[in-house]
Design a protein around this ligand. Structure first.
Ligand SMILES: CC(C)(COP(=O)(O)OP(=O)(O)OC[C@H]1O[C@@H](n2cnc3c(N)ncnc32)[C@H](O)[C@@H]1OP(=O)(O)O)[C@@H](O)C(=O)NCCC(=O)NCCS
Length: 216
């Protein structure tokens, strides 16, 4: 499947935001309807300092475009071809102390006994990898790694941090990808306010090493 990566313009979000959130909800296997709450959150992030989003666009055949699964992923804008659908999406921005996620991380680190100096060192200068998702029809072909590489290419921050749900034995594609790319533990088994699931914070220094899979 030929896929191309493209930066998603914040000013053109009306052309891609629905499809991006649909990709995210499908990849995470969240219940339908979750999109409604999440679109507002994604939109709120568009103009944060250092925000960047990248999509993987794949061509679909006319018959595929008739199917509801693919129709929801169709992206129509001046920078897309008529038949392109969203196979994957990733975005993030520069972390800052006034952000909820940053405060949650600081709280978690403090509870585990980190000193203020240690917390400052971890959170002083980082890119938050907020979302990274590949639609199930396109997973396992190197698109996730390619999105990560593109998103983190030439960033000014010295580190990248992310949070991902804890999974027994770290046995899913997200964990496999992050470990492969050299992410190490920052904080494990943390529960965000309002969500009972345990999450891990992972991080690594930038820049990333050159990718192992050059699929895209
Ligand atoms: C996590 C996720 C973004 C990774 O994207 P992806 O495109 O599936 O990832 P990759 O293809 O780069 O890597 C996945 C696997 O494909 C393999 N692979 C990658 N490129 C390959 C290639 N060209 N040839 C053969 N195998 C390849 C990798 O070795 C890896 O193997 P693994 O399954 O043993 O881990 C995606 O699977 C996803 O959206 N999952 C659900 C949502 C999610 O968990 N998001 C992250 C939340 S923090």
């Amino acid at each position: 499947m030929p896929v191309r990566l493209t930066a998603l313009p914040a000013d053109d979000a009306h052309a891609w935001l629905d499809q991006a959130v649909h990709t995210y909800v499908t990849a995470m296997r969240y219940p339908r309807g979750t999109e409604r709450g999440r679109i507002g959150l994604w939109r709120d992030h568009l103009y944060r300092p250092g925000w960047i989003a990248v999509a993987a666009l794949a061509p679909a055949s006319p018959s595929e475009l008739m199917q509801p699964t693919y129709a929801r992923l169709r992206v129509r804008s001046s920078w897309t071809a008529d038949n392109e659908i969203m196979a994957g999406v990733a975005y993030g921005y520069t972390g800052a102390p006034d952000q909820w996620w940053n405060r949650q991380l600081r709280t978690g680190l403090a509870r585990r006994g980190h000193s203020p100096e240690q917390i400052e060192a971890i959170t002083a200068d980082y890119f938050e990898l907020t979302e990274l998702h590949v639609h199930p029809f396109a997973q396992g072909r190197g698109i996730g790694e390619a999105l990560l590489q593109r998103l983190l290419d030439a960033r000014p921050e010295s580190r990248v941090l992310l949070s991902t749900p804890e999974v027994r034995g770290e046995e899913n594609r997200a964990w496999s990808l992050y470990r492969r790319m050299g992410f190490t533990d920052v904080l494990r088994d943390f529960t965000f306010a309002g969500d009972p699931r345990p999450f891990a914070f992972l991080g690594r220094d930038l820049p990333l090493p050159t990718g192992r899979h050059a699929a895209v």
